[in-house]
Design a protein around this ligand. Structure first.
Ligand code: FMN
Length: 169
């Protein structure tokens, strides 16, 4: 899959087949995170890999905006420092993981609102670290090619040379 095609077709996937992800593919997804660039090459991030069915079930109960984690084959919790650049670095690693998974036919999504005492305690995340997101992964239950992106046109968001000057006219 070409990079643009992956970006163009990637969708938030919230329902998954009951099918496990091969260990080498899980490692490949993690390698994508590891290889991502970070500010000053700090690599100050941690990835908690959750695959036990009962743990996924519990995370689905605890995540207010991600109950579907319970149906995932894998969830990766992304932990960053309490520093403004932490979420920036973490977000890039997340996007790379999602794209590499997508290339393997695996859907995923970003679940936020998880930096709570309960979720952190469940995953044994140190109090002084931030749980940026939990990313559930799994083989999508529907034909992923059928997804349509709902995005603003370039004319609304791109500016030529200075803010407010239309791009492309
Ligand atoms: C920073 C961020 C936080 C998100 N948080 C959630 C979330 O908590 N729960 C959820 O179901 N989707 C979440 N999403 C998914 C977005 O709602 C989804 O990507 C967006 O609506 C566009 O849908 P599409 O990617 O399928 O086109 C999040 C996405 C991003 C980038």
């Amino acid at each position: 899959m070409q990079v643009f095609e992956a970006v163009e077709t990637l969708l938030a996937i919230r329902s998954y087949e009951e099918k496990s992800i091969p260990p080498e593919t899980v490692t490949r997804i993690l390698q994508a995170a590891r290889l991502t660039a970070s500010s000053k090459n700090r690599q100050d991030w941690d990835f908690v890999v959750v695959q036990r069915k009962e743990s996924l079930q519990r995370l689905g109960e605890l995540a207010r905006t991600g109950s579907y984690i319970r149906d995932a084959a894998l969830a990766i919790a992304v932990v960053v420092p309490n520093h403004p650049i932490g979420p920036v670095d973490g977000a890039r690693a997340i996007q790379d993981m999602m794209l590499v998974a997508w290339e393997e036919g695996i859907g995923s999504n970003w679940v936020s609102n998880v930096n709570t005492a309960e979720v952190k305690a469940f995953l044994a995340i140190p109090e002084d670290r931030t749980l940026l997101a939990i990313i559930p992964f799994g083989y999508p239950t529907r034909d992923v090619g059928a997804g349509i992106k709902d995005r603003k046109p370039l004319s609304e968001i791109a500016h030529a040379e200075k803010y407010g000057q239309p791009y492309g006219d």
